[in-house]
Design a binder for this molecule. Structure first.
Ligand code: HXC
Ligand code: NAP
Length: 294
């Protein structure tokens, strides 16, 4: 039986009026869905990514569909100078920044012994280094300005269980989650709140193309591994994200809220099941998925 979904927007309109929020990787997938909801609640939004055409097109479409202002910025979160420049551009356009969503990520499935050092670094640098670059840059501003702020990390459930076949991502997400908990303690005195969301399966092009290629044929049994029997709706995630960023969550910091239909309880590490993929199948998958080898 399909379990109920509740996809209505949750917070009162105007919740983010005169608030500016930065979402890394906000031009696609879950970042875009969260951004659209924040916009509809009155936020001024800044989105960034490495591909100019993606963020610019997303900003145009989002502003025309939801109203409000969307600033599109090219920024590679691995580079601290680009992160500083991005935040300066946001400040110049919107004034003070109220919230940051560390959403940008890189990931792909691969047996760990097949990874090059550069492959491992490329994921860790986006997910962990990118997250601390953005967190540190915005936190320093807030502390210097003596203004409060809210940071939200998009994590995963394997940040605490670990998972085979996505080891660089698991390592980096775990580090980023510990940063949330550590800084929630250290920066509480400045009025800075840090929280995380651990989503389960929320279909997006970026994740599905890299983690669930159709050649693996595991779509049919995905829902069976989720106690609530279905994937998440983007609005369900957006509702939670908006709440944690908003003043309604003023007494919540250092939390990680799981939104996965109960999936992690049914078996730690979503990708451990890839044990069944043969060496020949990995050869075939890598030939298709690795850059320059399509
Ligand atoms: C093995 C791979 C590989 C693959 C890339 N590499 N893909 N190795 N299998 N499938 C290797 C490359 O050969 C190279 O190593 C190194 O990784 C860097 O690759 P580049 O393409 O040069 O890097 P870059 O352009 O920086 O791209 C980063 C990326 C890419 C992570 C590899 O996938 C990307 O841009 N991703 C961004 C979006 C994304 O991943 N979205 C999904 C998030 S979903 P060598 O040694 O050859 O130089 C998510 C969900 C979590 O996080 C939880 C789900 C339940
Ligand atoms: P996605 O659409 O691929 O989102 C990733 C975004 O990050 C892209 O917009 C990408 O844009 C950006 N990005 C990657 N590297 C970057 C860099 N170095 N600098 C700046 N931006 C960068 O995938 P998604 O599914 O929406 O994932 C969003 C978040 O949810 C991630 O943190 C992911 O780990 C998490 N998550 C997703 C699921 C799921 O089921 N979808 C489950 C658990 C957790 P560019 O490539 O243009 O830079």
């Amino acid at each position: 039986m399909a379990t109920p979904r509740h996809t209505q927007p949750m917070l009162p309109s105007g919740t983010f009026q005169d608030h500016s929020i930065v979402i890394t990787g906000g031009g696609t997938g879950l970042g875009r869905s969260m951004g659209q909801y924040l916009l509809s609640l009155g936020a001024n939004l800044a989105i960034c990514g490495r591909r100019r055409e993606v963020v610019e097109q997303a900003a145009t479409e989002m502003a025309s569909a939801f109203g409000g202002q969307v600033l599109a910025l090219v920024c590679d979160v691995r580079k601290s100078d680009q992160v500083e420049a991005m935040l300066s551009a946001v400040h110049e356009r919107f004034g003070r920044i109220h919230g940051l969503v560390n959403n940008a990520a890189g990931n792909f499935i691969c047996p760990t012994e097949r990874l090059s050092y550069n492959a491992f670094n490329s994921v860790v640098d986006i997910v962990l280094k990118g997250t601390y670059n953005c967190t540190l840059a915005v936190g320093k501003r807030w502390i210097a300005e003596e203004t409060p702020g809210a940071i939200l990390n998009i994590s995963t459930t394997y940040a605490w269980t670990g998972s085979g076949y996505v080891v660089p991502s698991a390592v980096a997400k775990a580090g980023a989650l510990i940063m949330v908990r550590s800084l929630a303690s250290e920066w509480g005195k400045y009025g800075i709140r840090l929280n995380a969301i651990a989503p389960g399966s929320f279909p997006t092009e970026g994740a599905w193309s890299r983690l669930r290629p159709p050649e693996l044929g595991d779509e049919s049994d995905l829902n069976e591994r989720i106690p609530l029997g279905r994937c998440g709706e983007h609005q369900e995630l957006a509702n939670l994200a908006a709440y944690l960023l908003s003043d309604f969550a003023a007494y919540i910091t250092g939390a990680c809220v799981t939104i996965d239909g109960g999936a992690w309880l049914r078996g730690a590490g979503q990708f451990n099941g890839l044990e069944r993929v043969t060496s020949e199948q990995w050869d075939m998958l890598q030939a298709m998925m690795k850059p320059g080898k399509k």
